[in-house]
Ligand binder design. Sequence first.
Ligand SMILES: [Zn+2]
Length: 224
Amino acid sequence: MLGNSFAYIEEYDIVFNEETGEYVHPEFEDDWCLICVDKDHPVPEDYEPELVNIAGNVKCDARVVDSVTRLLEDANNDGVRLVVCSPYRDFDRQTMLFRRKVKSLMKQGLDEEEAYNRAAMTVAVPGTSEHQLGLAFDFFSKDHTTLDQDFADTEAGKWLEANCARYGFILRYPADKTGITGIEYEPWHFRYVGERAAGEITADGLCLEEYLERIGYVSGITDR
Ligand SMILES: [Zn+2]
């Protein structure tokens, strides 16, 4: 884990900004919301966003609470009752979710390695979940309360896909980008990247990795 974090910093030429307490590319110091976390690029171990509660015990990065609140209110005004079901998640909770998935796959007859690899397609390996950033949200609706691919065809799923960019969010794991993201299609998972990036990503049909490569933030990411 520690070794991976160093690799992450070297490969992306990311620096730690003492003032803001964030890891950023020197050319994109204001782009805290463009941090890319995936199976090759874990969350830096001491990444600790300032968290606030959206509702009850539901937490997210304090810098996105206004955007997600506006999104929820506007959806509600359009008759779409969204529910945030997984926002910020700490390392221990991600570990628990991952272990549970591996166990259930082993019960179905897979050996440990197969179970690990299969689990990693649907549940992020601990340390590599965007939910550990506080910038990602899973939504469902009052009418569709499971996180599955059918959500895409619901009114709520369609509303989110059509409108999320206006609030700075993207559909993070599109169906046609699984080869790049390494994650299956998740029509319920949305990631805050800021309004400008969200607009460009959505208009051009990119995924976050492709966008970051295009703006020169990372390189080689889409070749794997
Ligand atoms: Zn999610």
